[in-house]
Design a protein around this ligand. Sequence first.
Ligand code: SF4
Length: 392
Amino acid sequence: MPQMDVGLKRELEAKVYAGERLTREDGVALYESDDLAWLGRLAHHKRTELNGDRVMFNVNRHLNLTNVCSASCAYCSFQRKPGEKDAYTMRIDEAVRKAKEMEGEGLTELHIVNGLHPTLPWRYYPKVLRELKAALPGVKLKCFTATEVQWFEKISGLPASEILDELMDAGLESLTGGGAEIFDWEVRQHIVDHNCHWEDWSRIHRLAHSKGMKTPATMLYGHIEEPRHRVDHVMRLRELQDETGGFAVFIPLRYQHDFVDSADGKIRNRIQSRTTMAAPAESLRTFAVSRLMFDNVPHLKNFWVMHGLSVAQLSLNFGADDLDGSVVEYKITHDADSYGTPTTMHRDDLLNIIWDAGFQPVERNTRYEIVREYDKPVTLAERRSEPQQVWA
Ligand code: SF4
């Protein structure tokens, strides 16, 4: 990696400390920096300005109603075709039963994303939301990617506005941030196998924002894209945020290899043989540059399932201020134990991770409103007098 010109380094530093907006060229230069500690320092400055020493988290569970999907995105190991051994689609009563089983420990949010099922009728989706809401009235429903909403347009013949109205009436609190991957067509055409690209993705989130929703935005990094594509991704979202102010959080997601745990032993990820997963330093770099570039979104989330707990803790010093979540089961990536990720996490585990990293945990709801503030962390000197919890 080339050493960054000292003059440029000072210039970028001055811009960050003066609160000046960074340009596309600045973003690319930051990715090229060989000084990870410096990047972390800048991102931590920005993160502290925005969020102090708080780390937010929520108690949520993930539910995938079906893994049957009409598309075959190149990086996806979740989708199954109808009739495949471990293809499944939940009946509405099954989905409700499963959600009820997850209800313990003060659950505040259900996160629901699904395959683009070729034959399930549109009516299924508002119906399942209505029944989930009736069974779990205190739980917020964060459901569906923009890609799914565009799919609903196709299967219902209704415009997205009517679809969102009906879903909101049935209990939808927020869309999810998925389906974004990398917007630049140079990359997107090789990894995405459905018709929801930047134009539709941004149209649907803009519409959701106009109806009062706060939504997340994601970016799938570490596959065939280059840093300039990540910068372009954030620039598009930043511009949309200038217009709507509706994004609550940005979530960089580390691309995962398929760990072959399907019933038929098949690897579905078609770019696996020519890609490696991003190393921890690359993840920390991506968090830091994202925090610095995306200056108008309040929160930066680490979805720890995709990064492992060590990187999740470290990322709190590289711009991240939100840890999602206390997930017990997550189907889209799994077998992440090789990356230091346990299969279960509960509220107390998350609290300890945040305290151990020297931050104050704050429980939030889906709209990033504070549910409960916890104690500040004890000092490092005090912590070191006790045996330390070691996260793999
Ligand atoms: S990423 Fe989503 S749309 Fe693409 S194949 Fe997987 S489940 Fe289907």
